[in-house]
Design a protein around this ligand. Structure first.
Ligand SMILES: Cc1cc2nc3c(=O)[nH]c(=O)nc-3n(C[C@H](O)[C@H](O)[C@H](O)COP(=O)(O)OP(=O)(O)OC[C@H]3O[C@@H](n4cnc5c(N)ncnc54)[C@H](O)[C@@H]3O)c2cc1C
Length: 316
């Protein structure tokens, strides 16, 4: 099947950023389509936190509510991943996995990022439950518990200090991180953080409950939660297809944007984790709304130019 649809704006990605943008654009009477693959980054978590008015709601319920809000203003939502995109004279053609093509004048990429997790058996299975990365997303849920930190870079010291704010029982596993410097050793000692040398070989769990980190030498250290540092890799293949380049960052890579989400590519905006690796839900939501306002303003300027030209057909 090959259905051609024309919209003013296509939003690729129906997470917090994409849906916020859809609401803003639809409320501006723009014809907008959201194309979504349906796997938001925080799907493994039980609840979405730090979301005003919706605190603790299950991530998929939060997005279901966002979809209803966008649809109520006329946004179209399609559960069909975008697999390819190309520039056309009027804007963009977007090919969907289901075989159809959507065309739009402007493009907002809100595809999020992929968390590349450390290659330690057990980490993936417990990700988003007792294997964590963000003290603000799920730190409160593990407060006061035995928290381990899997050291993978010098930034693991910072992560240790953040989780130490939430528990008196924190263990830093040096694992693959470089030897801490003297200032870090001083801080760790002053805060009573236990430091364990050697590589963590695997995590031991029972019935999906984390029990211990097991070192290569067989020693086991009981922990209730383990903080890890994923690499944050923007889902930006479509952006690269259009000729965009990604920016490297110590924590991963992302689409660099200017004010209100404008990218280096004309007609293309980006919002949420795809362009801001550290954005929590509320930040991604704000970025989506902000990019939507910029896209609407761009279309308004284009519409005004076209109206003027229509009145004076001979003018350039
Ligand atoms: C385990 C975990 C728990 C978290 N908990 C919290 C929390 O409690 N509070 C908080 O503020 N933040 C939390 N976060 C961060 C939160 O997930 C992000 O802030 C948020 O998901 C960013 O929204 P987004 O719209 O940019 O991306 P996403 O929510 O990841 O949405 C991107 C969407 O784009 C879709 N997509 C990707 N590629 C395509 C494509 N080619 N075609 C169509 N669709 C596509 C995806 O399927 C997805 O639906 C958590 C993160 C993790 C990993």
């Amino acid at each position: 099947m090959n259905t051609n649809l024309t919209h003013e704006v296509a939003i690729i990605g129906g997470g917090a950023a994409g849906l916020a943008a859809a609401v803003t654009l639809a409320r501006s009477l723009r014809s907008v389509v959201v194309l979504d693959a349906g796997d938001p980054r925080n799907a493994p978590a039980d609840g979405a936190h730090n979301v005003v008015g919706r605190e603790g709601l299950a991530p998929l319920d939060l997005l279901a509510a966002g979809r209803r809000e966008a649809q109520q203003y006329g946004a179209e939502i399609r559960d069909d991943p975008a697999v390819a995109t190309r520039r056309t004279e009027e804007g963009f053609d977007i090919e969907l996995a289901g075989g159809s093509t959507v065309s739009a004048c402007r493009l907002l990429l809100a595809t999020g990022l992929t968390d590349e997790l450390p290659d330690v058996p057990g980490v993936w299975e417990l990700w988003g439950k007792s294997v964590l990365h963000c003290p603000y997303c799920h730190g409160w849920e593990v407060r006061g518990q035995r928290i381990g930190i899997l050291g993978t870079s010098p930034l693991s010291i910072h992560q240790t200090l953040l989780f130490r704010q939430l528990s008196d029982d924190v263990t830093l596993f040096l694992h693959e991180m470089p030897e801490p410097d003297s200032e870090a050793w001083e801080q760790l000692a002053a805060l009573d953080v236990r430091v364990v040398s050697g590589r963590v070989e695997r995590l031991r769990s029972e019935d999906n409950v984390l029990r211990a980190a097991v070192l290569e030498d067989g020693h086991e250290f009981p922990v209730d939660a383990l903080a890890v540092a994923p690499r944050f890799m923007a889902r930006a293949e479509l952006y690269e297809q259009l000729g965009g380049t990604l920016t490297e960052h110590p924590l991963g890579r992302f689409i660099e944007t200017g004010q209100m989400g404008r990218t280096e590519l004309p007609g293309v905006w980006a919002a949420g984790n795809v362009s801001d690796l550290g954005a929590m839900i509320s930040v991604a939501t704000g970025a989506g709304a902000s990019a939507a306002a910029a896209i609407n303003a761009d279309l308004v300027a284009e519409d005004a130019g076209a109206a003027v030209r229509a009145l004076s057909p001979g003018a350039p």
